[in-house]
Design a protein around this ligand. Structure first.
Ligand code: SF4
Length: 83
């Protein structure tokens, strides 16, 4: 079972590249200039969601912390929004 869920409010990403630089195993820049959360499910609004395990939390928390517009969110198993 996943320990955390990452949510990327992709429509509001400004394409600064910080997440991709911080956590390239999970984040990459897309052809449209916005970042993509690798392997994530994308909904109709363009938001992305990916379940991760504890071992992948720290690097993604760093990526979320690096985002200047706070469009990367991490939710824990209990549904608590960490960032
Ligand atoms: S750090 Fe935030 S604004 Fe910058 S590319 Fe990543 S999601 Fe987009």
């Amino acid at each position: 079972m996943a320990d955390y869920t990452i949510q990327h409010d992709r429509p509001n990403c400004i394409g600064c590249t910080a997440c991709a630089a911080t956590a390239p195993a999970f984040w990459e820049m897309g052809a449209d200039g916005l970042s993509n959360l690798k392997g994530a499910k994308k909904n109709a609004e363009g938001n992305e969601e990916l379940a991760i395990e504890q071992k992948d939390y720290a690097v993604n928390k760093q990526a979320a912390d690096s985002c200047p517009v706070n469009v990367i969110h991490i939710i824990d198993k209990a549904g608590k929004k960490i960032i």
